[in-house]
Design a protein around this ligand. Structure first.
Ligand SMILES: [Zn+2]
Length: 82
């Protein structure tokens, strides 16, 4: 029985290591909270949809903290592109 316990211990260690290795690759999406494995280690979002949502969120947050800036900027931008 001790032999079996020993094997189980090794097995568990192996599983734990594998799990840890997987965990390193896995990330939790900053938007929907889903676990995913990013193709690029810099990826923070599970999908393009979430990336897009994050961009919108950031933009809204930025706008809220810079009231009036966007309208002025857009006015200048339109002037320049005309
Ligand atoms: Zn997501």
């Amino acid at each position: 029985m001790t032999g079996l316990g020993y094997t189980n211990k090794i097995y568990n260690q192996k599983v734990m290591t594998t799990r840890d290795e997987n965990h390193k690759q896995k990330k939790v999406c900053a938007i929907c909270g889903k676990e995913f494995v990013p193709l690029d280690p810099r990826n923070k979002f599970c999908s393009l949809l979430c990336k897009e949502a994050a961009r919108k969120l950031n933009r809204d947050r930025w706008r809220n903290s810079h009231p009036g800036y966007n309208t002025e900027y857009m006015r200048e931008y339109r002037k320049r592109t005309k």
